[in-house]
Design a protein around this ligand. Structure first.
Ligand code: PLP
Length: 392
């Protein structure tokens, strides 16, 4: 295998599992030994329409045979179509900037917020409040925006102007003359599959609007039908000023986007990306959205979400000594495990059993399956999980 090559030449930034996946089909993966796995991770919420989706692969092949990239100096038809689709499906009066990842989408949102704060009134406003246990990315400023002090040990000095609220209730008292925005995840993903309370989020949105403080919703993980609606913001029935998206949008191609209701803030030259929204990624993302819109309209998406939720709930009740509760929304789900040591063991044993699972926060077993997960794959996955839990 190429394990040695990987160890010799790739920087060791990941605690990797040295498996060699060679093929996928929806929520099923096959390694080089021919062993099959049920994938409840979807590449961390990315492969929203499943591995090797035939419709998406066909669109990608057709697109790259014609044109892959030209830069943003010229119009890009699939980019304009994708922007229109995102705006129309969301129902929000917004425009879109395309980036290449979640962190980059958040960088873009922070830049829009900072400029908004500079050009709107005195004193200039630049501070952004985020939540403790949040996750917003790995670049210098999105790392600083991330409310986990353990991630701020190195890499300083960081940009000024970030403050962390312990919860939504604490935000209002932290707003001062320099505050320009609040950035939140509606369900904290990396932080532990932690949905916010709908009424509290709605009250927050209203309060921020009154104070002209921007609401940035980081939907990098919750966006693109992960919670059952195109955006969790739609589910929470709020109107954010800025929404950031990435993971599920491209179905595997690297794409991120900032959607902004403040359309006039950035002018030509203020922001940009060489790759952002090129033919390859926007052609793929258009197809991903078409597929998911169809899944939503046909009722298939709601059906698998309801089935998964009740299956997980039933599962959690069968192991009261191990599981505290089942949490989450849509196909962004978790089981709170009593002992964090047990959690690591569950993930390892599940892997041996042929089931891929994620960790979130300190003690959450996280499920982010493809949104096209079949009932058979779901059952297969839970049978494997039973075998793991029965042995604990
Ligand atoms: C994954 C994630 C990010 C970072 O996305 P990258 O594509 O890894 O840069 C930012 N915010 C949230 C909520 C995420 O889940």
């Amino acid at each position: 295998m190429f394990e040695k090559m990987d160890k010799n030449y790739v920087l060791p930034t990941y605690a990797r599992n040295y498996v060699n996946f060679v093929k996928g089909n929806n929520a099923t993966l096959f390694d080089s030994e021919g062993k099959s796995y049920i994938d409840f991770t979807a590449g961390i919420g990315v492969v929203s329409v499943g591995h090797a989706n035939p419709l998406v692969s066909e669109v990608i092949c057709e697109q790259v045979k014609r044109i892959t990239h030209i830069s943003n100096l010229y119009m890009i038809e699939p980019q304009a179509k994708l922007a229109q689709k995102l705006v129309t499906l969301s129902g929000y009066d917004m425009q879109v900037f395309f980036a290449n990842s979640g962190a980059e989408a958040n960088e873009g949102a922070l830049k829009i917020a900072r400029k908004y704060g500079e050009i709107n009134g005195e004193p200039k406003r630049y501070k952004v409040i985020t939540l403790e246990h949040s996750f917003h990315g790995r670049t210098i400023s999105t790392l600083k925006a991330t409310g986990q002090s353990s991630m701020h040990n190195y890499f300083g000095p960081f940009p000024d102007g970030f403050a962390y609220a312990p919860d939504i209730d604490a935000i209002e008292a932290m707003i001062d003359d320099h505050t320009v925005a609040v950035m939140i995840e509606l369900i904290q993903g990396e932080g532990g599959v932690e949905p916010q309370d709908k009424a509290k989020v709605q009250a927050l949105a209203k309060m921020l609007k009154e104070k002209d403080v921007l609401l940035i919703v980081d939907e990098v993980q919750t966006g693109i039908y992960r919670t059952g609606e195109i955006f969790a913001s739609n589910l929470y029935e709020i109107e954010p000023d800025l929404i950031t998206v990435a993971k599920g949008l491209g179905g595997g191609v690297p794409i991120g986007a900032v959607m902004s209701a403040k359309k006039e803030v950035l002018q030509a030259g203020d922001h940009g990306s060489t790759y952002g929204g090129n033919y390859l990624v926007t052609a793929a993302a258009n197809k991903v959205l078409d597929i998911l819109e169809e899944e939503k309209n046909s009722g298939a998406l709601d059906a698998i979400m309801i089935a998964f939720e009740s299956r997980l709930e039933k599962f959690s009740q069968q192991y009261p000594d191990i599981v505290m509760e089942s949490v989450g929304l849509g196909l962004m789900r978790g089981l709170r495990i009593k002992e964090s040591d047990t959690l690591a063991k569950i993930i390892n044993d599940a892997f041996d059993e042929g089931l891929l699972l994620l960790k979130a926060g300190r003690n959450t077993l996280r499920f982010l399956p493809p949104l096209t997960l079949s009932k058979e794959e779901m059952e297969d996955g839970f049978e494997k999980l039973h075998r793991v839990f029965d042995r604990l």
